[in-house]
Design a protein around this ligand. Structure first.
Ligand code: NI
Length: 169
């Protein structure tokens, strides 16, 4: 089932999510719904706070369904290593219509649990490392706009406020 995606300004997107204690049938449904919602958007990743659930879990597929092994589910993920830097355009399903260049690590090693509660460690570079960092940010209440500075950030925030006032956000 596709769930509505919250937008920048909605409270759950700006709050720190709490760890998942156990994988209940409800969380299993949530994961299914997040996968459906991500592919329908379409997007390369979706974190639980984006559908209003303050739990540390996200789904990611940088192939957007093209590779059968592309889909990953991470529950209670943590970075083991991060190094290097990359500078690329980035967007977010919760900030539709806006893109900006964001500094991210070039390489990231992430450890967490899959939906069978098996621990997994994944080493990523490039786009996947960027996606990991972007989704991990969501679990801490950070949206890519918050990573921007000065005029760039102000411009996007001002435009979002304007759209919100006009009832178009
Ligand atoms: Ni996002």
């Amino acid at each position: 089932m596709i769930r509505p995606i919250l937008k920048y300004g909605d409270a759950p997107l700006h709050e720190k999510a709490r760890p998942v204690d156990e994988l209940t049938p409800e969380i299993d449904r949530l994961i299914d719904d997040m996968i459906d919602t991500m592919y329908a958007a379409p997007g390369v990743g979706l974190a639980a706070p984006q559908v209003g659930v303050a739990l540390r879990l996200f789904v990611v597929d940088v192939s957007v369904g093209r590779d059968s092994g592309g889909l990953m589910v991470f529950v209670n993920p943590e970075f083991v290593e991060r190094d290097g830097t990359q500078l690329e355009e980035e967007g977010c399903l919760s900030v539709p219509g806006f893109n900006a260049t964001v500094v991210r690590p070039m390489r990231a090693v992430l450890r967490g649990f899959d939906r069978e509660w098996q621990q997994r460690t994944v080493e990523a570079t490039g786009l996947l490392a960027r996606a990991f960092q972007h989704e991990m940010d969501h679990l801490d209440g950070t949206v890519f706009v918050d990573r921007l500075r000065g005029i760039k950030r102000d411009l996007i925030v001002r435009k979002i406020r304007k759209l919100t006032r006009a009832g178009k956000w």
